[in-house]
Design a protein around this ligand. Structure first.
Ligand SMILES: [Fe+2]
Ligand SMILES: [Fe+2]
Length: 133
């Protein structure tokens, strides 16, 4: 099952969109429920489920997103590492320079969480491959 590079890139982009739509609709549903609009909350929740459990899941299947446990850990570590060393680091610095202190503080706080995630994944991976490194 080899996909063209462009198709693979399209799947990754589509999965980001579907995952964001899922999270956003869950947040919208929560808001609607707090504002005594359970019907709208239900619509957002039902739609969110389709975005995630059908659209995202089917695209993930096509993209071969989920691998072996070891592959999944390596992928997760690489993602968390990017967030810690590049993304949140730069976001916090840029927000600080722009004068958005709250955002800068939140980015830094989230960055520390991502470092914990990375450490937890690394620790499990190290136990799974004791001969490496
Ligand atoms: Fe969708
Ligand atoms: Fe994380």
């Amino acid at each position: 099952m080899t996909l063209h590079e462009k198709t693979k890139a399209s799947l990754i982009t589509a999965m980001h969109g579907e995952a964001f739509a899922y999270a956003k609709y869950i947040a919208f549903a929560e808001h609607a429920r707090k504002n005594a609009n359970p019907e709208l909350a239900g619509l957002f929740e039902e739609t969110a489920k389709v975005e995630f459990f059908e659209h995202f899941a089917e695209e993930a299947q096509l993209a071969g997103l989920v691998g072996t446990d070891i592959e999944n850990l390596q992928d997760a570590i690489s993602g968390e590492n990017y967030e810690v060393e590049t993304m949140y680091k730069e976001f916090a610095e840029a927000a600080g320079k722009a004068g958005d202190a709250d955002a800068a503080a939140r980015f830094s706080e989230v960055r520390r969480d991502e470092a914990k995630h990375r450490a937890a994944f690394r620790s499990v991976l190290d136990r799974m491959q004791p001969t490496q490194e």
